[in-house]
Design a protein. Structure first.
Ligand code: SF4
Length: 358
């Protein structure tokens, strides 16, 4: 029998079309993990109704690696930790464009230029914008950037260059962040996320699960993110990096991860929920279950400092699930407005997963 908490969540999201309250989400999360299939089934229905069955694919290029002055405890690119990660300055333009071509060949529509810095210098920003122009010209891909903390003038320059989406994760719940990073604050991160929106870019803002937060704090985090109305929420699952202060942490279990993904879908019904770093290690053979638990976007190929699996495997998985690859970000889709009323996607939702025939 489905629990009363889940029935209430279903009624709120699918009939009343209203956002859940934190208490309502906590009631769902309090159900035993043995009831996870019921939660996953609801999250999947919510995803289909609000977003349809498409899955958005994105690849990253680590365009400037290592030697970051910040001290984020999970990150192998911090100069503070001895991790043996590659250290290099901003790639040549040709290398960035080659990575974008590989992204296109992998069937992705989103290409994200990432640099390991506190925030970009003007010189670095010039080079990034040059790369954005070249990627647009050579591939036609949608370009996102992840360049750390921005000024409003820098955000405006990126928006003017046609950067569609800016990634700036909050990383952890507000209450946990000071244990993760001491060189900048959670509020600094929120401020840059807001600047990106104010400049007219879509916001990509998520974090990493499994850095010591409690389930309650994880739910707080979902609502902290929802308050920013992000277009995309990357969900990373801590894959402890040797040499970092979190190098000996135990990753969360696959069932905890699936519960979190499903709860994210209930809290952010209209967002692109992207399974990102750590999905292979934490979810293992259950990665398809992650896409049935509410996720509707993937990073394909490699991550910033760790390898991913081959894009062919992800395409085969999507084929098996009958989930088509999204052909682009889709203007105005999946927007949650400030009142918490969830707009329907611009395209008609597909009520069921279409069955593909060979
Ligand atoms: S700011 Fe980014 S690159 Fe630098 S240590 Fe933190 S997570 Fe790593």
């Amino acid at each position: 029998m489905v629990s009363a908490a889940l029935e209430l969540a279903e009624r709120a999201l699918l009939e009343e079309r209203r956002a859940l309250t934190p208490d309502e989400v906590r009631a769902v999360a309090a159900r035993p993990l043995d009831e996870l299939p019921d939660l996953i089934a609801l999250a999947h229905r919510v995803r289909l109704v609000y977003c349809g069955s498409e899955v958005e694919l994105e690849s990253l290029v680590n365009a400037k690696s290592g030697a970051c002055p910040e001290d984020c405890a999970f990150c192998s690119q911090s100069v503070k930790f001895d991790t043996g990660v590659d250290v290099y300055a901003f790639l040549d333009l040709d290398e960035v464009v080659d990575a974008a071509r590989a992204t296109k060949a992998a069937g992705a529509t989103q290409f994200c230029i990432v640099v390991a810095v506190r925030g970009p210098s003007e010189r670095l920003l010039d080079r990034v914008i040059e790369a954005v122009d070249a990627v647009h010209d050579e591939t036609g891909l949608e370009v996102a950037c992840s360049l750390g903390l921005l000024t409003s003038a820098q955000a405006a320059r990126l928006a003017a260059a046609g950067v569609r989406r800016y990634n700036h994760n909050l990383e952890a719940p507000r209450a946990v962040f000071p244990e993760i990073c001491t060189t900048h604050s959670w509020e600094d991160r929120v401020a840059t996320a807001q600047l990106a929106i104010d400049a007219g870019m879509e916001l990509c803002c998520g974090g990493i699960l499994g850095m010591g937060e409690t389930l309650d704090q994880r739910i707080d985090f979902m609502f902290e993110l929802a308050a920013l109305e992000p277009t995309e929420v990357p969900i990373n699952l801590l894959d402890p990096r040797p040499g970092t202060p979190m190098g000996d942490r135990t990753p969360i279990t696959a069932r905890e991860a699936l519960q979190a993904i499903a709860l994210f879908r209930l809290v952010l019904p209209g967002a692109w929920l992207r399974l990102a770093g750590g999905r292979e290690r934490v979810l293992g053979e259950l990665q398809g279950m992650g896409l049935l638990a509410g996720a509707n976007a993937l990073i394909v190929g490699n991550y910033l400092t760790t390898g991913g699996r081959s894009p062919d495997e992800d395409h085969a998985l999507l084929d098996a699930l009958g989930m088509p690859v999204a052909d682009g970000p889709g203007e105005g889709r999946f927007v949650v407005d400030a009142t918490g009323t969830h707009k329907l996607p611009a395209r008609p939702p597909r009520p069921t997963i279409p069955v593909t025939t060979a």
